[in-house]
Design a protein around this ligand. Structure first.
Ligand code: 2HA
Ligand code: ZN
Length: 268
């Protein structure tokens, strides 16, 4: 039995516990079929000298892109092909800690087990690279497959800029308050591709949550709980829209005036 990197590191363990908690929510919500979705968090602030000395337990793997701000950074990543519901119960068996190499284009696994990171690693690490460059202090990236939000992207009308942002904001005031930047749209791209990673970071310059057309959402935040909260709030608004439509009418939505009032009150 290998000694876990979490042993005697309560602050690091607390972050991994949050990842496990969110992974459980994703499964319970039906957003994480089989190996669907992935989570990565930047744990560099918890890294001590002992961790820095840890040898690689894998070969160096290419990221697929070069990310200059990630030199020497450490991430906890869900494993590729691993189930979110398993990550919830056994995070260190279904994810691993990786260190970005000097070339900023490859990584090695250092703990606890040689679990290869998520297939969407290029997108995730590109998001982290941008979060560092923007200096927002954001440490978490989430990708998941919410049924309701993905269904919306099968209607071309909803793919136009900020149509969904305004529709979802108008369903319930909390959406405007807790997802103040709205929902960006990334047109369909091949899963796991560098093109998808590049389009994602472009959209995240303006939004904290973006939809991958006919695939899923990506959200970033200070920690994984807050990234999850934003998707949860958007999903709730979508559920209200669906409920109204299934009762046979078009929901009126809060007015622009009511939304503006909220914007002023919350300083959004
Ligand atoms: O990790 O969701 O987009 C499985 C996926 C790929
Ligand atoms: Zn996916």
């Amino acid at each position: 039995m290998v000694k876990s990197i979490l042993e005697n590191r309560p602050a690091l363990k607390a972050e991994i516990d949050k990842v496990a908690e969110v992974a459980g929510y994703l499964w319970q919500k039906g957003w994480a079929e089989r190996n669907g979705g992935n989570i990565t968090i930047n744990i560099t602030e918890y890294v001590d000298d002992e961790i820095r000395q840890m040898p690689a337990i894998s070969p160096a793997y290419p990221i697929g892109t070069t990310l200059p701000s990630l030199k020497g950074c450490y991430f906890f990543c869900k494993g590729t092909n691993r189930r979110m519901r398993d990550l919830a119960r056994w995070p260190m068996e279904n994810g691993s800690v990786v260190r970005i190499e000097e070339d900023c284009a490859s990584y090695v696994i250092i703990a606890d087990n040689p679990v290869k990171p998520t297939s969407e690693l290029a997108a995730h690490l590109s998001m982290h690279n941008q979060m560092i460059e923007h200096g927002k202090g954001y440490k978490a990236a989430l990708h998941t497959h919410p049924i309701d939000l993905v269904a919306l992207t099968h209607n071309p009308e909803f793919l136009k800029k900020d149509v969904l942002t305004n529709l979802l904001w108008s369903m319930i005031p909390e959406t405007r308050a807790f997802c103040p930047k709205g929902l960006g749209i990334v047109p369909y791209k091949m899963p796991s591709s560098v093109e998808l990673a590049e389009a994602t970071i472009e959209a995240l310059k303006e939004y904290d949550v973006v939809m991958w057309e006919k695939h899923g959402v990506c959200a970033v935040g200070p920690d994984i709980m807050e990234a999850f909260d934003q998707v949860d709030v958007l999903s709730k608004a979508t559920q209200i829209y669906i409920a109204a439509k299934s009762m046979g009418y078009e929901p009126t939505g809060t007015s622009q005036e009511q939304m503006d009032e909220l914007k002023r009150a919350f300083n959004l």
